[in-house]
Design a protein around this ligand. Sequence first.
Ligand code: BTN
Length: 315
Amino acid sequence: MAKDILTFLIDNRDTFVSGEYIAKKLGITRQAVSKKVNQLKEDGFKIYSKTNKGYRLVSFPDIIVPEFIVLETNFKPIFHHDSTDSTNLQARKHALDGFPERTLIVSEIQTAGRGRMGREWQSPRGGLWFSFIMRPRCVPSMAPILNFVVANAVAKAMNELYGIEPSMKWPNDIFYGGKKLCGIGILVSSDIDLMHYVVIGIGINVNNQLPKDSSFISISEIIGKETDRNMLMASILNKFKDEYTHFERKEFSTIMEYSKQISNTIGNRVRVSFLGVEKRGKVVDIDDTGALILEEDDGTVSHILAGDVDFLRHI
Ligand code: BTN
């Protein structure tokens, strides 16, 4: 792909830029500019060419364009795969190799995508599957709050881009209309008293087809048309940056206030399962550590930090 010129066109995408100007800036001939523009058009980029005016980037093909993400966010380096086993596993390798915060791995498909508790995560073409590294300087007990930091970012981005109001099933699933739209899988590496790194993995059904009667739903199904995964990823990363600032400042009640506002779990009767132990009761709240407060059927009140929630009555 003609990367140098693409970055240039993305940066100037609201205006026409002349071939002569681009050639001068990139230190190449006008013929070389025209050849690179044609290459981009063949790759599916829509570019207007106008005599006397030059070129204007109109739209991307349905692939992730790392150059766009770098320009729109402060996440880099970006490793873009057509196919990989799991972006979470790749990000973990990069974290162990010493890559910095905000290193991002994105793949068009994953062959071994993993969900929470090691479950399989289907990742076909058209969905958005990405992971990034963060290196918070804090105690490991703060890690569960990251579930809400990420979930808030995803929900806010979707609300802003599509005008939809997704809900959050504790601790971090994003739902819409009773179906799962996005899963968040966070890997943590820490000493007993200090976090080393976290890998934040986000999987969203966007333009991919889902089987009929699926318990999942996609963005394209909700809004009735395909959407640009680049815009969605950039928006989530920017919202994440804002939410993460609250995390760094330990402003947990600010984070939890929004999470509780969009929670579909508070007020419901649920079963919470963790490592073979089940508890049943009514969810009365989520506290500022991210724990679910469950009033069990025998009246006991538990603060639960990890587990799978099943609704005992309809959502
Ligand atoms: C869950 O809901 O169980 C969490 C799903 C997390 C899926 C994402 S897709 C990108 C990243 N890579 C993975 O293998 N998993 C996460």
